[in-house]
Design a protein around this ligand. Sequence first.
Ligand SMILES: C[S@@+](CC[C@H](N)C(=O)[O-])C[C@H]1O[C@@H](n2cnc3c(N)ncnc32)[C@H](O)[C@@H]1O
Length: 693
Amino acid sequence: MVTQKQEVATPTNHSPPTRHNYNYDEQEFDKFQTFERWLIANGAQFPCLELRKYDNSDRYKDNKDGVLESVNSRVVMEENESEEKKDGAGGETTKSAITNEVNDGSDEMRGVHALTNLPPQAIIVSIPLRCLITVEMGQNTPIGRKILSSDLELDAPKHIFLMIYLLWDRAVNGSNSFFAPYYAVLPRRLRNMPIFWSEEELEGLKGSYMLSQISDRLQAVTRDYQSVCAAAPEFASIATLEEFTWARTIVCSRNFGLLINGRRTSALVPHADMLNHHRPRETKWTFCEESQCFTITTLKEIGAGEQVYDSYGQKCNHRFLLNYGFCVESNVEIDGFCPNEVSLELGWGEDLEEDEIYDDSKKSSSSRFSQLICGEDRECLEKKLAFWTRGDVESVSSEYFGSSWHTIASNMGRMGGSASAIMEATLGTSPTGADAAAARFAEASIVAAPQQPIVFPAKRVRVCISNNENTRVMFSMLRVLVCNSSELDRISWGGRAATAAGQRLYGIPGMASSATQATSIRMCRDIRYPISLQNERRAMELLLEITEFALSKYPTSLAQDAADLKNETAFPKYSNQRHAKLQVHGEKEVLHHFALWARTAIHVIDIILHELANEIKIVSQASKVTHPDRETEDGQNQELGFDYVIQAMEEDDECHNTILRYCSDALGAVRRDELNQIAAESIGIERTRNMGV
Ligand SMILES: C[S@@+](CC[C@H](N)C(=O)[O-])C[C@H]1O[C@@H](n2cnc3c(N)ncnc32)[C@H](O)[C@@H]1O
């Protein structure tokens, strides 16, 4: 890494800038002064910056599309404290009602501001290594050493060691800790973090997969706490689960991933962690080997008094919300890309009895996708399940059978799957001698649970309004889900139609040695091109069903959310209600995009199918009469035809580029192939006729 001489920018005017904008009461002011003095005494430099605190009233005043910006009014801290005490006591006044409503911890909100004009490429913060808390420091605590020697499986291993240091040092060294001034300024309550939201606040996320993620996060934190206590029982007296959860959110919202002296680590960096998020980025940070300091450098000029931001990265709002406790108002990059995603569930997650799948009269609402997914018969479903779950178990040997493998195997067994089908599904290979034990295990699974309902494991994929890798994976999985038996044979080798041509056409690997099979095997995420127009149409029908079902789970519509977001009294800036609203609004935008994609594709496919039917008619007429009625057909096609529709889409400014490209390129290619095939067949017919056969 190239190092350069590091000099921290100093104020341009001669008289030192006055730090008048703390907005704290005396006690708070002291705390922050002690913090800054501690840093400066230890070699830190940030002479052109000041820390500011924002209060609840600031949420109504913002700049940069809703990015935090304080006003300079001095805040009387007691007011918030007393409002807090009134919680639950039925505060009567409008003011207290509003304050209670937005009492979500944002009264502990701070930011960093420029005291003077900051030029571009100026180092504005320099924090020496000794003021950083690193993963290694956590690993070197007595608790950390015990965790390392017990080889625990943890949800957030790096974060855990930062948390351990924080909690251990605070408990053991207390006010004598070197880091005590830093601990004093860390937010005490993190009410904006969804894991601390009330039931009522969580209601705002109804219909969103985020609710599962929040409860998963809570469970993971509890599991990690229990694991740490099991490895180091004394930890229970160092931190309660509540404190552990607090430390988890502190670390996950404030840690920096760094390369320190060639070692990749994570660190808590006092002061640098006071910068709020904004994109596009205006500053960059790094650990400078030469000065052994963490530094922040400006990328553009920042005016005196302006807030100095850091970019937390290009992220979907669900990640901002889960890890940092906020959502970005307009999460759009300068190139127009919106990273907001929605998590879609493909497959069906619940257990279904066989008659719920195949008997129309017994189909329940829960079996909504079964029609398109189950295929023509049970054999088809079995084959599909094999392909769908192929490769899900990464390493299965005759000595070890993972629990998920067991589930898949016994599921297929319940459906009457043969041992070799199960082996193929899970390993992607036929059982060989070495896998005989696995095959026996599969057979045992079949016998073990013959009468159980069928589970077709659901897979989740996160998609955004962009044709990225995840979108391609989703389309691939949709194609597999709606396959009929013969289509499955075409896409998975070893089937009846796995011809050399099929292999070339669909990229099916040859049946080489089992060693190469394991790496080149085709999975349900690999079907990158339409299998056929009919299959693609079913895939789009399924996409439409999935998006409509997902939309039906939210209590409000996209239009309602957009209207709600305009109402800043009911949904105040930076409040948890507003962040929930922004999250579901973003998800619905993506869902509507894919619903429109599916509808447009179905329309275009129908046009192509109509054109192809006409073409076939013309060809078959040609085989009977010398002058087919081509003019009329062409005249009709020109008006309703594929080229006409694509041109109309191109001229439509509202038509999203990804939908247009899919229809014109992906569907256009299938259309061309089909037309070529019809033409080839027509030449064949002509030849046969000329030969007088
Ligand atoms: C690294 S800290 C930044 C300093 C923090 N504001 C403080 O008072 O200590 C990250 C936290 O700041 C808040 N934050 C940062 N950027 C924000 C933004 N653009 N909008 C709302 N809250 C933001 C969130 O609470 C987040 O968890």
